[in-house]
Design a protein around this ligand. Structure first.
Ligand code: ADP
Length: 395
């Protein structure tokens, strides 16, 4: 059988990322992004091999963008796509793993939309468009939350009245599951440890950030909760704040819930702390130039990350390694160094040269002798979605 190709699609409210994953090739034969969908400025960018191109598609919605993308994917796959894998943000308690999409699955994704009102409807638009254009191709949904469905109840329940959980689904779900799952399996591969007998702490640090405790291939706890706002300091999200902050802001500033939501989700995090940018690369440069806000944002980011990792360690019977991933985790040697300085109790020691070496997609171990393992592992959510799609096709 020749190598199979999976088209992976990740729809946001006005954007769509896509990648063609070939099961035997390390790089994607085709990948791209459609943005500002639904507006006169809608545009499609793609890379076919080394060749980058863009096309203005004024007014195009997700369906119209996919009408451009699907023939390209067919061509790039030599005329044969095996399946389409869709990233879906919230699977609630219904989905403990990926699944082939049918009417029942579509209904369950729709039912979970109240838990992710910005994301699930956008994911459904993408799924419906590909079902319409390619009705005979198997389609798979891969959920950000599913990997964390193995958390024990004492890790996923909030200490709030029981009916809020039973009748209104108020509990911790966790996100970034595809990435935590992928990098922990890669780390097991890199170190020669069996997935089913190894324990990891993972830190996915992109625009959104979360930590996870993984025991024998299963998530036991994670820092994000009912929504992706809980936990770490992120690009524009505050992470944990005192829950009474909401009533305080309402009483003192007269802010509405929408204003508070916007402040905590879009104007906070390292952007809010620095007063400069949500981008860690920009902050790193500003920090070197002596910008006090950038330095503070860096310090709070690293301290809160270390604190979260120490908390996650409660879920592990042993530690085989700490894994850094995501744009910041894969590239920022200073963030890794500062975070480990806060975790001296765990006896972490850094090999500074190895830490500097592991950037821009270079994977490796960065601990010094006598330290627990510390790994930098580039994430690859598209490949993980493709792998899970292939597993379902084979089952
Ligand atoms: P997303 O969550 O949107 O997929 P990424 O995983 O690409 O985001 O991570 C984006 C973050 O990674 C940004 O804050 C960016 O500044 C940061 N980043 C990328 N390269 C570097 C670098 N060399 N040094 C510091 N931060 C970096």
């Amino acid at each position: 059988m020749s190598a199979r190709n999976i088209l992976v699609i990740n729809c946001g409210s006005s954007s769509m990322k896509f990648a063609l994953v070939n099961e035997e090739q390390a790089t994607f034969p085709l990948q791209g992004l459609a943005e500002r969908l639904g507006s006169p400025e809608a545009v499609l960018h793609w890379q076919l091999g080394d060749n980058k191109q863009s096309l203005e598609i004024p007014g195009a919605d997700h369906h119209a963008a996919l009408q451009h993308v699907l023939p390209m994917a067919q061509d790039a796959s030599g005329g044969h796509l095996s399946a389409i894998g869709h990233r879906v943000v919230h699977g609630g308690e219904h989905f403990t793993g990926s699944c082939l999409i049918n009417e029942e699955v579509l209904n369950a994704i729709r039912d979970n939309a109240q838990l992710a009102p910005l994301h699930n409807p956008a994911n459904l638009v993408g799924i419906n468009a590909t079902l319409d254009l390619f009705p005979d191709l198997p389609q798979v949904a891969v959920f950000d939350t599913a990997f964390h469905q193995t958390m024990p109840e004492y890790a996923y329940r909030y200490a709030v009245p029981e009916f809020l959980y039973k009748e209104h689904s108020v509990r911790r779900y966790g996100f970034h599951g595809t990435s935590h799952n992928y990098v922990s399996k890669r780390a097991a591969e890199m170190t020669g440890l069996p997935v089913e007998d190894s324990c990891w702490l993972t830190a996915h640090l992109g625009n959104g950030c979360s930590t996870c405790a993984i025991v024998n291939g299963e998530s036991r706890d994670t820092s994000m909760g009912m929504t992706p706002l809980e936990g770490l300091v992120m690009g524009t999200r505050s992470g944990d704040v005192d829950p009474n902050l909401h009533s305080y802001l309402n009483r003192t500033l007269g802010w509405s819930l929408e204003q508070i939501d916007r402040a905590l989700n879009h104007d906070s995090g390292i952007k809010g702390l620095s007063g400069l940018s949500n981008d860690m690369r920009t902050l790193s440069e500003a920090r070197m130039a002596g910008h006090p806000g950038a330095n503070l944002a860096f310090e709070v980011f690293c301290y809160r990350l270390a604190k979260s990792l120490a908390a996650m360690a409660c879920a592990l019977p042993k530690l085989d390694g700490l894994i850094f991933t995501g744009g910041i985790g894969e590239n920022s040697a200073p963030v890794r160094e500062r975070t480990l300085e806060h975790l001296k109790l765990f006896n972490f020691k850094l090999d500074k040269a190895a830490n500097e070496r592991c950037t821009r997609g270079v994977a490796g171990e960065i601990q010094a002798e006598g330290s627990p393992r510390v790994l930098v592992v580039p994430t690859n959510e598209e490949r993980q979605i493709a792998l899970e799609s292939l597993e379902l096709l084979d089952a």
